[in-house]
Design a protein around this ligand. Structure first.
Ligand SMILES: C[S@@+](CC[C@H](N)C(=O)[O-])C[C@H]1O[C@@H](n2cnc3c(N)ncnc32)[C@H](O)[C@@H]1O
Length: 423
């Protein structure tokens, strides 16, 4: 095989990825990248047979005149024929624990866990744009739809921690206290099923604050009942954690649910305390933002003001606010139907001079949207985190993601308890 440059797996599968926003797609790239990234930790064996099979397919296609045997495919994999390690966040050397990353989005959990010395052994996310961002940063392509049995069949055994920021859905509860079966058909059911099958030492779930009162409190009560009684985990009272308490200028409250397998004998857990560090928007503000791209037109600013005035107090206006330099941002979120309502969580700059070509169209106050990089920073993503997608996708992805420092602080407490448990 005369191959000078590495083969880009993304290019090989490009056509298939173009078809749909969500699944279906095959898991070939996910299998190959999971195999490569789990080299030497015992987990790669799990993906090996399929990884060789698909590598052979790719090589046969690329080099039709050569004989590609299983041996050749395996050697090619070992010698790094694919471009999966030119990334800012490679797997950690000598990992301290293993985790899986469900509903992975762009890998907010993964970043936090890798920072703590963890090795991701399985990841799932079905949105193709989110997968692109994930792959660009971690080198691994997530598996797809987690509700599918085929996807679940790729989850290896024996990992320590299950992480999941799953979407919140109501259960149709038949009995008094909802149990495992009552959650069927929801994404929580899939999470619960994976816990039941794999029995990780600990679990870490994240959700919107509204989960606490969702469906009159029944949704959360059911989740806790399933985890505590059906799955036999010690689950302390869930806690609302605010991102701003962990060093980012964003007022983002989320509910965190942690749990420990009961046989580990853990019966107490302390959520992390605020680090008491005041950070303001000015500390994450991007300088020299291109005026035409992010500054709003005078008309648009007026539309927003009018709209807000009309809907004030009714709870259905655009959620926007102008954040002063020394303030902190509201929670960043993107509205339904792809409408980026909070893109207009704008920032008033003081040093704005309208340039000639935009004079008269751009508001003179210098109100602009925050940039995707600012949204990344608000969630605690470092600046070497690659944003390979268009702005509209980037806002959606960071808005959907987690505040990495808050997740990391909580995971640190979890690891203190399970770190020395061998089982
Ligand atoms: C709230 S976001 C979690 C974001 C993630 N914690 C992060 O740091 O970016 C939920 C994610 O679940 C994904 N998702 C929803 N249903 C799914 C399914 N059936 N299979 C796989 N992923 C799914 C969505 O595309 C979305 O990215």
């Amino acid at each position: 095989m005369k191959q000078k440059e590495k083969i880009s797996l993304e290019k090989v599968f490009e056509k298939e990825y173009k078809i749909k926003h969500f699944e279906p797609e095959n898991n070939k790239e996910a299998i190959i990248t999971h195999f490569l990234h789990n080299n030497k930790n015992g987990v790669s064996q799990f993906f090996k047979k399929d990884a060789i099979k698909y590598t052979k397919e790719i090589l046969q296609y690329k080099f039709p005149d050569e004989e590609i045997t299983n041996f050749v495919a395996e050697e090619a994999l070992q010698y790094g024929i694919f471009d999966t390690f030119e990334i800012p966040f490679p797997p950690v050397e000598n990992p301290k624990f293993k985790f899986i990353d469900l509903f992975a989005g762009i890998g907010g959990f993964r970043l936090a866990m890798q920072n703590l010395g963890g090795k991701c052994v399985f990841t799932s996310e079905w949105d193709k744009e989110a997968k692109r961002t994930y792959k660009a940063n971690f080198g691994e392509r997530p598996f797809g739809d987690i509700t599918k049995e085929e996807t679940k069949s790729f989850i290896p055994d024996s990992f320590d921690l299950l992480c999941a920021g799953f979407p919140c859905q109501a259960f149709s509860i038949a009995g008094k206290r909802g149990g495992f079966e009552d959650t069927r058909g929801t994404l929580f059911f899939d999470v619960a099923e994976i816990i039941k099958r794999k029995k990780p030492k600990a679990i870490f779930l994240e959700n919107v604050k509204g989960l606490r009162n969702h469906n009159g409190g029944k949704t959360l009560a059911t989740i806790l009942n399933v985890l505590r009684n059906d799955l036999d985990y010690f689950v302390p009272e869930p806690q609302i954690i605010n991102a701003k308490d962990f060093g980012v200028p964003q007022n983002r409250e989320r509910i965190y649910i942690v749990g420990f397998r009961n046989d580990l004998g853990i019966d107490n857990f302390d959520y992390p305390k605020s680090i008491n560090k005041k950070v303001t928007f000015s500390q994450i503000k991007e300088l020299n933002v291109p005026p035409t791209k992010y500054f709003l037109s005078t008309q648009y600013v007026q539309t927003l003001i009018n709209h807000k005035a009309r809907h004030e107090g009714k709870g259905n206006g655009f959620g926007y606010a102008i954040i002063p330099d020394e303030g902190i941002s509201n929670a960043i979120v993107v509205g339904g139907m792809g409408r980026e309502r909070n893109l207009v969580l704008d920032h008033r700059i003081t040093d704005f001079t309208p340039t000639t070509h935009i004079k008269g169209t751009v508001n003179r106050e210098g109100i602009r949207k925050m940039t995707p990089r600012e949204w990344a920073r608000l969630q605690g993503f470092p600046d070497n985190f690659i944003i390979p997608v268009a702005d509209a996708s980037a806002y959606k992805q960071f808005g959907n993601s987690v505040a990495v420092p808050a997740i990391q602080a909580t995971a640190k407490e979890i690891l203190k308890l399970i770190g020395n448990k061998q089982k």
